[in-house]
Design a protein. Sequence first.
Length: 535
Amino acid sequence: MDRWWQDAVVYQIYPRSFKDSNGDGIGDIPGIISKLDYIKDLGVNVIWLSPVYKSPNDDNGYDISDYRDINPEFGTMEDMERLIAEAGRRGIRIIMDLVINHTSDEHPWFVKSRQGHPEYRDYYYWRKGKNGGPPNNWTGFFGGSAWEKDEQTGEWYLHLFSKKQPDLNYHNPRVLEEVKDIMRFWLDKGIAGFRCDVINIIYKTSLEDGKSRLILKGIEHYLSQEGNHKILRTLREEVLSKYDCFTVGETVFVTPSMARDLCGADRGELDMVFSFEHMETDQFIVKWFKRRFRPKRFFRVISKWQRELDWNANYLENHDQPRSVSRFGDDGRFWEKSAKMLAMLLLTLRGTPYIYQGQEIGMTNFDFVSMQDIRDVESHNIYKIACDLHFPKWFRWSLIKRTSRDNARTPMQWDTGEHGGFTDGSPWINANHNYTRINVADQKNDPNSVLSFYKDLIRLRSASPVLRKGTFKPLKIGRKVFIYEREYLGRKLKVILNFSPRTRKIDMQGNVLISNYKRGVLDGKIYPWEGVIIG
């Protein structure tokens, strides 16, 4: 059965970097409201809003201190309610981040837990140390031990991420009841669902030592555990099924089989998941150690997930990933062509496409020159570890420059004004200086711009049952060329993508529906960084 979210195109907003309305250098909810007509004109019908909850901002809002209030930097609850209403009037639904693996250490639950309050102590994982050190050998996603010693009590608490993000303990049934109430609170305000943060690691089956491994010792005790599935089924049955909404899960280290267990139609858990395997094709073991991007490896992974999952959440960038045109395309000579070609890939795969703010104008990785420009806590943690390991300075900076989450967090580039029109004040993070040539104002009325190409593709997808509902079949997985077919009720479309700066011969001809080279007939060759749909 088709659901409304299967016809949707989602636009992710990272509020801190989207649009500042009051000159304090921080994007806010009124700023988002001021750009709703732009989002509507783009053609999307769902906004995924990264966290706007009250937070001390150790991890830019993913450390939540109050799930039922708005961070004053972003506005008020009245602003949030106005955003939901104004978006709704334009036919745009809002989904929010659901961050329930951890809270901020400044959340009242943790404050009371740290104080030993009997009702809240077991909301988190507290354990005595072992042999003068942490309770076990687990390591965290941001590097270092997953435990922090609390000097007040002498015990240690678990944090898979920052030490200011203590993990919630779902062995305590009261924690799940709290989460249900939070979800109902926002669904009753009219949001249309949740993007569920690191949702397949929220349940820890045991706290035994982890197996010896280079990274993330202990992961076998919390990755996609049966207790995790039980929690998701409970949330679906008791909360989500009462609303017309959907969920998409951020799921780490999942295989297609594990993903089917999380979002299969018969499972009653999530509606779809973000997988990471295609985003890991340019790395060794961890994201910080890059290897040369080889398109064929990328094509194979995308094809595997397209075939093995009935419905995918398709994306090429987000707030945690470098910009796709810098990573998978050519942000120099062929910037425009490769940005358009990547747009065609995203919007012609089977599944729900997710566009990250600025992707639709071809925004690139940052042009920062030192750690003084970096705001991301993860990047600073990794840089410190690299210093401790005596990596040379040039190598440390190369790790950060290619992989830091701040690549995606520079301000949205609206026009050629100072700071790209993001703010009248001093921005919380510097804008990329290329805003003078890559910005919305210059592209908005240019029929040949990256922005216009996104609009054309979204319109084509909206009008095409083949692109929205059709099956996926790979026809050629070459070193540089990717060809696949979409089919629905006997109607077929072929998508041809050239991930290279060379013109290449292909054994295919036909009438072109859309091409980033604006041609009408395919003649047995495909131009540098060209994307073509024929049918």
